[in-house]
Design a protein around this ligand. Structure first.
Ligand code: SF4
Length: 418
């Protein structure tokens, strides 16, 4: 427990420094200089209703604004082509990307005509698993559909304010069952460690998932940013981080009977094209309002103000408003975090990538995690142990909380109607 607290503390400090964006850094993306596979992340920030625990970049859906947004997004997509970029993978996240299916289809068609994408992953919610939507998504080449479920427990669904939007646990599982088999991979997003979620509720959810034979399950730890903490505590109670380890152990115990662990929090029955794009791709461009990209060793963020986003793109400029050029040491640490999130890191690969020995830059981290039983080293390859998997869940949780805090900070700067 002490080690977990220490890891959480260090991860929080390090992540805060990653997200200290420098206003002086040139607000553009670097020209494409190598052939490394690059992913295109596209953000659709609209949701029909907002969930109280959610700190993603999302706003309440308004059709007129959303249509203008999609139009601008398609212009931004073409700007990257003009900068010499090509993409092999596409991840559409939200918000709720399927909120306007005709606009999404047009956008995916444009991307397929412009780039050599072979893997397309789209997020959605259970109420959008309609025949029309599924047919459209299939026609435009979606390989992986990821559905936000969080839990099948009716009481918990009511507490997290999803029951009235997406139906009961039974209705959600029926929708999932009829979607299974349409795409190469159907992923179900779940959350563990909600305040009122008991171990029994978790076990029942796991049993439901196993019975459904979902292709892939992503079990996120609850991630609450500073600003949603108050709303969360008021509506749902206090999060007990101390029990996270036992909940995670239960997830691994039950899922490992039928699933392979593919990242610290993702479990697959199939060879899925994209589990976590930060693992599968060294570089990704972030398009859409509030998207964060990582290209050529720099992290950058687009404006969070949707109207400002539309206006900047319509004027022909990239909507980037913050950027941070990582030092070599920070690049090594970033790769160490992301690659091991995918369970394995080849130091030889990392040394070749950066043109200088990886061990010389990472020996304190490697030594620490080997000492606390989180890492095994075989030759030049590092691999997470089962204990290490949970350490990485903690570190990635802190990484995403850091990202969410950054978003909250940016959103607080916006005019109210944005
Ligand atoms: S959890 Fe999903 S549906 Fe709910 S507000 Fe966040 S992005 Fe929207």
């Amino acid at each position: 427990m002490l080690i977990e607290k220490f890891i959480t503390y260090i991860a929080r400090k390090k992540n805060a420094s990653y997200l200290r964006f420098s206003p002086s850094a040139a607000l553009s993306v670097p020209p494409k200089v190598n052939d490394s596979p690059t992913l295109l992340y596209v953000h659709i920030p609209f949701c029909e209703e907002l969930c109280p625990y959610c700190s993603f970049n999302r706003v309440v859906f308004r059709e007129d604004l959303a249509r203008l947004y999609f139009e601008a997004l398609r212009k931004e997509i073409l700007m990257y082509r003009d900068l010499g970029y090509d993409f092999q993978g596409l991840y559409v996240g939200g918000g709720t990307p399927t909120v306007l299916i005709d606009e999404l289809a047009l956008t995916l068609q444009l991307i397929r005509e412009t780039y050599h994408v072979t893997e397309i992953s789209v997020e959605t919610n259970p109420n959008h698993l309609t025949d029309r939507n599924l047919r459209t998504l299939k026609e435009v080449g979606v390989n992986r559909l990821s559905v936000g479920v969080q839990t099948f427990d009716d009481n918990l669904l009511k507490i997290v304010e999803r029951y009235h939007k997406y139906g009961s646990g039974q209705e959600i599982s029926e929708r999932l069952r009829s979607t299974q088999g349409i795409f190469d991979t159907l992923n179900v997003d779940m959350i563990f460690n909600f305040p009122t979620q008991t171990l029994e509720i978790l076990e029942k959810d796991l049993a439901t998932l196993i019975a459904l034979k979902a292709d892939q399950i992503t079990y996120y730890p609850l991630m609450v940013s500073s600003s949603t903490q108050d709303v969360m505590s008021r509506k749902m109670g206090i999060v007990d981080y101390n029990r996270g380890g036992s909940y995670y152990a239960k997830i691994v115990e039950m899922l490992s009977r039928e699933y392979r662990t593919t990242t610290a929090w993702c479990f697959s029955r199939t060879e899925s094209p994209i589990d976590e794009y930060v693992v599968n791709y060294d570089e990704y461009a972030g398009l859409g309002s509030g998207s964060i990209g990582y290209l050529g060793g720099s992290a950058y963020s687009n404006t969070f103000d949707i109207r400002d986003y539309i206006s900047r793109v319509n004027q022909g400029t990239l909507p980037i408003t913050a950027k941070r050029d990582f030092s070599l040491q920070e690049r090594f640490r970033y790769d160490f975090l992301m690659k091991l999130f995918g369970l394995e890191l080849d130091l030889k690969y990392l040394s070749a990538k950066h043109g200088v020995g990886a061990y010389g830059h990472l020996w304190p981290e490697i030594t620490f995690f080997r000492l606390v039983g989180g890492l095994r080293k075989k030759g030049k390859v590092l691999r997470l142990t089962e204990t290490g998997q949970y350490y990485w869940v903690l570190m990635m949780r802190e990484f995403f909380i850091g990202v969410n805090n950054f978003r909250d900070y940016c959103r607080a700067e916006l005019p109210r109607e944005a």
